[in-house]
Design a protein around this ligand. Structure first.
Ligand code: AMP
Ligand code: MN
Ligand code: MN
Ligand code: MN
Length: 278
């Protein structure tokens, strides 16, 4: 079974519609796909319809997911929620909070850029899908379109990254709040891409202790283009802290070939896969 439990649509910073995402997942021979947009569940209805409308001989299973932005010890974390109840009021109120923070941040980013005579409001109107949450990759795309930078990497390096001119320090929901919302909605809270935070091992272990104690049940052992060495280290940590192991491409766009849908490395045999909890 090919599991891909972390992906994005244009309801956040992904390039494809949920329908296009499901089509691609089928093409890539994904059996179980989680759509996990940043701080949004708005794409899941369309994704579910696309799955339901498939010919009966294609069986792809959709996991209802989200990727929540969290703050832990003044650090940004991403917490994936899998198998969440979309109707849950606690989760929906939490999502509202993070979406409000995103709207306020976008406004502050416009203002910061305008002080440098960079005007992106119109571009952003065209770029951000009408029901989507605004994200920094959208700003990157706007900066590329007006010719300020050549690519996404430079947009972050010169404008959007920590300490750069459009950077707004954020207080997202706390880790505990995010885990609680997911658990209240009957879901599984998963630490997303632990290798990407550049934490020391000591700090990462402290995080795993906190996560577990708050009710988190899993961590991504394989994420996007993680290499065999990173996977081995994460597998060991998952086992040490008795966390289930998840796997996801963190797919955003077919153009990002190193994070293609359904094309991550396999989970090592010694871990306990998160789908045992499904
Ligand atoms: P946001 O949650 O709006 O702050 O945007 C975060 C998203 O930006 C992440 O989920 C990535 O998809 C993307 N991202 C973060 N850092 C970089 C970077 N240095 N280069 C390209 N994309 C990035
Ligand atoms: Mn993203
Ligand atoms: Mn993430
Ligand atoms: Mn992601």
């Amino acid at each position: 079974m090919n599991y891909d439990l972390h992906s994005h649509s244009w309801y956040s910073d992904g390039e494809l519609s949920p329908t296009q995402l499901i089509d691609l997942a089928i093409q890539q021979k994904v059996d179980v796909l989680a759509l996990t947009d940043h701080d949004s569940i708005s794409g899941l209805q369309e994704a579910q319809n696309a799955v339901t409308n498939q010919a009966t001989n294609t069986v792809i299973k959709l996991i209802h997911g989200i990727e929540l932005s969290a703050t832990w010890n003044n650090q940004l974390l991403h917490i994936v929620g899998l198998n969440i109840d979309l109707e849950n009021p606690i989760l929906n109120a939490g999502i509202q909070q993070n979406q409000q923070r995103r709207q306020q941040r976008a406004e502050q980013m416009f203002e910061k850029l305008e002080k440098h005579d960079i005007y992106l409001r119109e571009q952003m109107n065209d770029i951000v899908y009408s029901e989507a949450v605004p994200t920094r990759p959208h700003f990157a795309q706007a900066l590329i379109q007006i010719g300020k930078v050549k690519d996404m990497r430079r947009a972050f390096k010169q404008y959007l990254g920590r300490g750069k001119i459009a950077y707004v320090p954020m207080q997202w929901a706390t880790l505990e709040e995010c885990v609680n919302w997911i658990v209240d909605a009957g879901g599984i809270a998963v630490l997303a891409h632990p290798v990407r935070y550049d934490f020391t091992t000591t700090k990462l272990k402290k995080l795993l202790v906190d996560l577990k104690q708050m009710g988190g049940q899993a961590m991504e052992v394989v994420s996007g283009n993680s290499n065999p060495q990173q996977i081995a280290i994460m597998a060991r940590l998952a086992n040490e802290f008795e966390l289930h192991a998840s796997i996801g491409s963190d797919f955003h766009s077919p153009k990002t070939s190193w994070a293609m849908l359904g094309k991550s490395r396999l989970l090592p045999k010694e871990v306990t896969p998160v789908w045992q909890l499904f």
